[in-house]
Design a protein around this ligand. Sequence first.
Ligand code: ZN
Length: 157
Amino acid sequence: MTLVPPGAVNSDDSDTNCIKRLDEWVRHARRGFARGVCPTCANGLTTQFLDPESTFFPRDDLRSVFVHRSCDHCTDMRYLTVGEILRLRPPVVEFFAKRNRTVQTTPLWDLAFAATDLSTTVRGRNPWAFEVELTAEDDTMRVRLDDNLTLTDIDSE
Ligand SMILES: [Zn+2]
């Protein structure tokens, strides 16, 4: 979830670039959280993994884990998916680019592996470990991550 500052939107429709500006602002904020840098104050972020049942959005049909990143300096925070973090990682970007998909600029809701956890498997909770299955065209790539969200293994078919 991302909230837009109220001052960014005029009460009338005079700003024809409003949607484009807000889109860029939201992308900037989410990329910062995905990369571990607070987009509000540039400090580092604290990462926690949360079971969906412990959140306000317990959709276990869509979520198997939340990546909660928060800033100890300014208190900004976001809930992310493992896939949302993955879409900025070079091996994943390259996998999709070779199949004519640009995942960095594709809207999040058009990337099932990032918008939901339907492609994500929680492999362990102590410590946390994940596997994400990515598909494009007829190809599949499985990526494993540890509790630092570091890629530990990549299998391609
Ligand atoms: Zn901050």
